[in-house]
Design a protein around this ligand. Structure first.
Ligand SMILES: [Fe+2]
Length: 308
């Protein structure tokens, strides 16, 4: 049975069969999971992601891999679709929704393509329908755009976000990875600069080659002792003054930060179609066009980073 399924899924026996059967049994034969997630679709996708992980080196596959690292997609489908990179595995570091006008296709893309994903603060907020009070900057945009995110996601998509772990550890291509949206100490909310002194205590006791993070929307890499911290920047809501979509490629030991132009007008048109608040529409237009929050939208000298 397992062999037939794997064959249909295009998986070839590059891993130990015994491990494969164990995983398949756990995925396919868990009645509690089936009760929690009725419908073949979610089980199929989950099953596919497990098979993909198996295929891609987690259990003894190829040693050199090309990884696509994405974070902070924020409902910007046009930006996400502009990324056309070949990859062996995609890793998503959270914040699929809020701000942008098309959260549902972004969630579906991640479900279909990401072998590993963690929950960001915005994923958590949308899954739990958390209301954010805020009068300025990004907090205001969160307060205005969250109802749209909640309304446009299906119950199944919100369950997917709610079920995402806040951190994950895995091995790919012979390298040990930890992924977390913000920091290991505060997985969804802590704002982490590219500073050795900030990171060293947060890495204590962690023996990983790579720590992949997002949240700041600022691309960087930082070597701290034996761990390379990589933040790919934001796919859908840049904040470093470059409005292009940001992502990273890890190819063996090589880390590349990339930017790609996307049809910003398409995103803005979608914003205008779904955002009833005129101020938020203009703010989002400015952010998408400039890759940051213009000072005229800041309150009390802040840009509302608290929920970012
Ligand atoms: Fe974010």
């Amino acid at each position: 049975m397992a062999e037939q399924f794997l064959h249909r899924a295009g998986v070839r026996p590059v891993f130990k069969q015994v491990r494969c059967e164990t995983v398949l049994y756990r995925v396919l034969g868990d009645p509690d999971r089936d009760r929690r997630r009725p419908g073949l679709r979610s089980r199929g996708i989950f099953r596919a992601s497990v098979v993909r992980a198996l295929q891609l080196g987690g259990y003894g596959g190829p040693t050199r891999m090309r990884l696509l690292i994405v974070a902070d997609i924020h409902g910007n489908r046009a930006a996400l679709e502009a990324i056309r990179e070949p990859f062996d595995a995609c890793v998503c570091v959270g914040d699929l929704v809020d701000y942008g006008p098309e959260p549902a296709p972004c969630v579906e893309w991640v479900r279909q393509n990401a072998a590993y994903c963690v929950r960001g603060n915005h994923d958590h907020g949308a899954a739990q329908n958390v209301e954010i009070p805020g009068s300025g900057g990004f907090r205001y945009l969160t307060s205005v755009t969250r109802p749209h995110a909640v309304a446009s996601l299906t119950p199944d998509q919100r369950r997917f976000l709610a079920d995402l772990p806040t951190s994950r550890m895995f091995t790919l291509g012979g390298k040990r990875f930890l992924i977390v949206h913000a920091t290991p100490r505060d997985p969804m909310d802590e704002y982490a600069p590219a500073e050795e002194n900030f990171w060293r205590p947060r890495l204590a006791g962690l023996k990983v080659d790579y720590l992949l993070v997002g949240h700041t929307h600022q691309p960087y890499k930082l070597q701290v002792d034996d761990t390379l911290i990589v933040n790919p920047g934001s796919v859908g809501l840049s904040r470093d003054g470059d409005p292009r979509a940001a992502y990273a490629i890890i190819d063996g030991d090589d880390v590349q930060f990339k930017r790609v132009e996307y049809p910003i007008d398409e995103t803005i048109q979608a914003v205008e179609a779904v955002t009833t608040d005129a101020t938020a529409r203009q703010m989002l237009t400015d952010v998408f066009r400039t890759g940051g929050m213009p000072t005229r939208w800041m309150r009390n000298g802040t840009n509302g980073n608290g929920t970012h």
